[in-house]
Design a protein around this ligand. Structure first.
Ligand SMILES: Cc1cc2nc3c(=O)[nH]c(=O)nc-3n(C[C@H](O)[C@H](O)[C@H](O)COP(=O)(O)O)c2cc1C
Length: 207
């Protein structure tokens, strides 16, 4: 049975293009995965630990060869619980608005929290080995304007992160020109929804 994690990073109350197209993908994907389960992680609704002081101490305790303090253990448990939601997923869908050429800061915060040695990757004399080798990912990325590759740090960033944690199969669906008026926006969403549904169909067929 498959398990899908949907990471939402568009704030609620917006008519989010990335969320809308992600829902179309997820619906089509679930249609081909009998009994599939869904976990929704909204970065704006989920408490994320600050990554300073105690959390940082918990991260470096192992490197320093010392036991974690009780406070650090608690912080590490919180981090582990968030990372477990990634470990459990066969499919991760990121719905991502472009913010200043990159991703929203709450999504970056989540990524900084969960991307830890022995949780999402291992690191030894052979170098860095991603642990999510059983996972596939899809990024549904919305942008107000059309962009050239030189200033694209949205999909490019998620793609690099996927490589780091061992995700080998990663697809993108891009919705551009959401700020070019209602007609252009509606057309961009329609095209992207069709593309997302086709991608789910291709995956069902083993592609
Ligand atoms: C803080 C902020 C920064 C943004 N920066 C960019 C940008 O750099 N490039 C761009 O094309 N659009 C930018 N936009 C527009 C959004 O990418 C656009 O509205 C997109 O549709 C948001 O995704 P969503 O509809 O899923 O929420 C920005 C919007 C916000 C709120």
């Amino acid at each position: 049975m498959s398990h899908l994690l949907h990471v939402i990073s568009s704030p609620r109350g917006q008519r989010s293009a990335s969320h809308e197209v992600a829902n179309a993908f997820i619906e089509a994907w679930q249609a081909g995965e009998a009994g599939a389960t869904l976990d929704t992680l909204d970065v704006w609704q989920t408490p994320l630990p600050e990554f300073d002081g105690v959390a940082l101490g918990a991260k470096y305790a192992a490197l320093e060869g010392r036991e974690r303090t009780a406070e650090e253990k608690q912080a590490w448990d919180e981090i582990g619980a968030l990372a477990a939601r990634f470990q459990k997923a066969d499919m991760i869908v990121f719905s991502v608005p472009m913010w200043n050429f990159g991703i929203p800061y709450r999504l970056k915060h989540l990524i900084d929290v969960v991307s830890q040695k022995d949780l999402l990757f291992s690191f030894d004399e052979r170098g860095l080995q991603g642990l999510l080798t059983h996972t596939r990912a899809v990024t549904i990325a919305a942008r107000g304007a059309p962009l050239g590759a030189a200033i694209e740090h949205q999909n490019a960033y998620i793609r690099s992160w996927c490589e780091m944690v061992g995700i080998r199969e990663h697809d993108d669906v891009i919705i551009e020109k959401t700020l070019f008026g209602p007609q252009v926006d509606a057309q961009a969403r329609r095209t992207a929804r069709d593309e997302a549904v086709a991608l789910a169909g291709k995956m069902r067929a083993g592609g």
